[in-house]
Ligand binder design. Structure first.
Ligand code: MG
Length: 276
């Protein structure tokens, strides 16, 4: 018993000594910021942990996942539609701006699909939407809109909460092609988020397609499309097809005759081809 009492404090003292020596060592010997003697990555100009490899640009993220980071282009920040026009690009967008959001108006009162003034290719897109709190209509007639990326590739917006409609027409579907992995729709009238990563299709100089369009979608925090290719430009009751188009095109929001609301829209342009 006596010897046990002696050894326990002795062991504790030994542990403390070891701990303090380790801390001292860390202080005296800073961690390397990188290496110049490690093997090269396969087919690459950089070594593993290369100290000369350029560090990523520093940006400031939004305070929440809904808020725009410092390098984003804000397409709607709550006040006006100055970044948007009518579909033909000739007039200011006429949708109704209310308390921090905007909404598809009744027919004839500024209605019709709208488009951004700017054009985009590869991008990260954040957009929030809500279907009308008062449920009217059914299937594709209920809370229908859509986000046409590069004017061609629809990410469907629909009130898919307890609303039976075809699988490839649900909220978060690549309309007419791929249903979402799950139905993550919130109730009518509740704000919903889409966080999207989109890769633009590409053609070579001879007009041969060398890459399809790809999309990843997170709907209300849930993955609903994972790096899914688009079959082509979206159509209704027909198989989608690609048609060669410029490297950058506008975003469009579809007017399908239902008063769907939108808010907090921002885009980060991505230059994926140049990632070093
Ligand atoms: Mg639609």
């Amino acid at each position: 018993m006596k010897s046990t009492l002696f050894f326990v404090p002795a062991l504790c003292l030994a542990a403390l000594t070891v701990g303090s020596v380790t801390a001292e060592d860390a202080k005296a010997k800073p961690h390397p910021t990188g290496y110049t003697d490690t093997p090269f990555l396969p087919g690459d100009k950089w070594r593993v942990h290369d100290d000369t490899r350029p560090r990523p640009e520093v940006i400031t993220p939004g305070a929440t996942a809904s808020e725009a980071p410092s390098d984003a282009i804000v397409l709607f920040g709550g006040k006006d539609l100055s970044e948007w026009t009518t579909e033909d690009g000739k007039n200011p967008a006429g949708w109704t701006v209310k308390d921090g959001y905007f909404e598809i108006p009744p027919k004839g009162e500024g209605s019709g699909t709208i488009a951004t003034k700017r054009a985009f290719g590869d991008m990260q897109l954040h957009i929030e939407w809500r279907s009308p709190a008062e449920v009217k209509g059914d299937s594709q007639g209920r809370g229908n809109s859509g986000i046409f990326i590069m004017e061609n590739y629809e990410l469907q917006v629909l009130d898919s909460y307890d609303n039976k409609s075809y699988a490839d027409g649900q909220a978060s579907a690549l309309y007419g092609w791929k249903p979402p992995l799950v139905n993550a729709c919130r109730k009518p009238g509740e704000w919903q988020t889409y966080d999207v990563i989109f890769e633009a299709p590409r053609w070579d100089e001879q007009g041969k397609q060398v890459k399809k369009a790809y999309i990843t979608v997170i709907h209300n925090g849930v993955v609903t499309q994972n790096h899914m290719e688009y079959l082509g430009g979206t159509g209704h009751k027909k198989v989608a097809q690609y048609h060669q188009h410029p490297d950058k095109l506008r975003l469009k929001l579809q007017d399908h005759g239902n008063p769907v609301g939108f808010r907090n829209i921002w885009v980060r342009e991505l230059n994926l081809a140049s990632q070093d």
